[in-house]
Design a protein. Structure first.
Length: 244
């Protein structure tokens, strides 16, 4: 590549992905012409990440081909494949040995940041696929600890989001608000639009449960507008219910 190194292109694509601009990120990566095999792998992994994120948000299937095109096995590729299969289990059916795979990802993680990421996804799996809330909370707490240690805003925010869900379910609205507000701020600071919208939808739920029906509808209406622009079905549905 004559102008930009592969890692710089991948970083730019990641920022577009965070903003929900998946098509632009995909175009940037597919139009890139790497100089060698190492750069080719960087671009292929970046495209796989973008498409996995898009598939989760929009319930599409762009990632299958992108994942298959990554030239070499790695921990990062295994994590992306896990995330893809977790989304399939969440929105469709089937688990593809998720529990065994995420335990391997935890054991094989090359650093604390990746280990924390694996713990977060283990929690999401335990919560949403196997319906084991106590197990999920333990994973989230470890993810939060490792995220704080590594100063990983995404990891901290997502752990807090899910811990806040359990605080809310237990009736501790004050703790849920504290955790959800911090999660929202971290996601906004890092430029993660889709999960920030999902988090704001949860704050609209909290407003409703606190007795502020008008505030809940107002926030849900704004989030719904954003979600419709991005085409994110589960946020559109949740906020539409709150608006009603």
């Amino acid at each position: 590549m004559s102008q930009l190194a592969a890692i710089e292109v991948a970083t730019a694509a990641a920022h577009l992905m965070r903003a929900g601009q998946w098509a632009a990120a995909t175009d940037l990566l597919t139009d890139t012409r790497p100089d060698d095999d190492a750069e080719r792998e960087v671009i292929a992994l970046a495209l796989a990440e973008v498409t996995v994120d898009q598939d989760f948000g929009q319930q599409t299937d762009h990632a299958s081909a992108a994942l298959a095109a990554v030239p070499n096995d790695s921990w990062d590729l295994a994590m992306l494949k896990f995330r893809k299969d977790y989304a399939s289990a969440l929105f469709q059916s089937g688990g593809k040995n998720l529990r065994e795979r995420v335990l391997t990802l935890i054991d094989d993680a090359p650093d604390d940041g990746r280990r924390g990421t694996a713990h977060f996804w283990a929690g999401a799996m335990a919560d949403n696929v196997y319906e084991q809330p106590a197990e999920a909370i333990t994973y989230y707490e470890i993810a939060l600890e490792l995220g704080e240690k590594c100063d990983d805003e995404w990891l901290v925010s997502m752990a807090l989001r899910h811990l806040g869900y359990h605080a809310h379910a237990a009736g501790d609205l004050a703790l849920a608000r504290t955790q959800w507000e911090r999660s929202t701020e971290l996601l906004q600071n890092a430029g993660y639009l889709r999960p920030a919208l999902a988090q704001q939808a949860m704050l609209a739920v909290l407003l409703r449960d606190e007795g502020d029906a008008a505030g809940s509808r107002a926030l849900a209406t704004e989030v719904n507008r954003w979600a419709r622009q991005l085409g994110i079905p589960f946020i559109i549905q949740e906020t539409a219910e709150l608006m009603a």
